[in-house]
Design a protein around this ligand. Structure first.
Ligand SMILES: C[S@@+](CC[C@H](N)C(=O)[O-])C[C@H]1O[C@@H](n2cnc3c(N)ncnc32)[C@H](O)[C@@H]1O
Length: 260
């Protein structure tokens, strides 16, 4: 494993597994998974790679959509154990412990499609992950990646604020145009209490990491949170507008170009 590969995810695996469960966290169910399954397109009969698959939350959707085989790759042995156990009776699923940023036998050009959900900001070496995603796909193979929006959702560096004069809720961005390693402490007492690292990179750097490896983006969606303030009152109009207009996640999809 590369230095920092999946750092912190194994100690918090039980917490994450419980948070996500069989059907996904609130954001998975309402926003991320529906977008991912739409954007990956037709996977009937396809071999699909789920890179940084965690405990395999996306796998059932791929199977329901008719995938011939789903291979999950993740650096956390505990999350892979959990996924393996969940799909033990499903011959179409194979789970591997591997570092997405290092070369591996799995990156063999045989996949028709590849996804990576909520992990672009968890890997220490994004160009290497994109290299391996491209290497795993056959030319023309489709990919989807969904991750926290690099412009508006940077832990501890972006916040909501209220402008009383203009009666609007704004998004404040304190830092943006540099790479940041932000330690995230998961909920102590709920099986967490350990640290993971969030790797912030500016938008151009993220998109270039994909493009540089021949992963050509043909569709981008900026996904809003489904949650709305229940508070009511004077601010609710401004809060609702902000929730509708400031994206939470960035979703990209496209195809692996043929090598020139
Ligand atoms: C936020 S979780 C997302 C998991 C899953 N895709 C989901 O949506 O629930 C991030 C995942 O990235 C994995 N990860 C982080 N760095 C990795 C690396 N270098 N190689 C493989 N997996 C990695 C972690 O182990 C963790 O499962």
């Amino acid at each position: 494993m590369a230095k920092n590969a999946g750092k912190g995810w194994d100690p918090v695996a039980a917490w994450y597994d419980q948070l996500v469960g069989k059907k996904g966290s609130d954001y998975h169910r309402h926003v991320v998974l529906p977008a991912a399954i739409e954007m990956i397109g037709n996977v009937r009969g396809a071999r699909v790679l789920d890179l940084c698959c965690g405990q395999g939350v996306f796998v059932p959707l791929l199977l329901d959509a008719g995938a011939k085989e789903v291979v999950g790759v993740d650096a956390s042995p505990r999350l892979i154990d959990s996924a393996t156990e969940r799909f033990t009776d499903e011959p179409r699923v194979r789970m591997l412990v591997a570092d997405a940023c290092l070369d591996g036998d799995w990156a063999d050009g045989s996949f028709d499609a590849a996804v990576s959900l909520m992990a672009v900001h968890d890997v220490p070496d994004l160009p290497a992950m994109c290299h391996n995603m491209a290497a795993a796909l056959r030319p023309g193979g489709r990919f989807v990646a969904i991750f926290m929006h690099p412009c508006f959702r940077i832990p501890r560096q972006t916040h909501w604020g209220w402008d009383e004069g203009r009666k609007l809720q704004y998004r404040r961005v304190d830092r943006y145009g540099v790479d940041l390693e932000i330690p995230i402490v998961t909920h102590p007492g709920k099986g967490g209490g350990s640290e993971t690292i969030f790797y912030h990179r500016p938008l151009g750097e993220v998109l270039t990491a994909f493009g540089a490896e021949g992963l050509a983006i043909s569709e981008t969606r900026e996904l809003m949170s489904h949650r709305r303030s229940q508070a009511g009152g004077a601010r609710s109009k401004g809060e609702h507008r902000a929730a509708r207009e400031f994206p939470m996640f960035l979703a990209i999809a496209g195809t692996r170009l043929s090598p020139t």
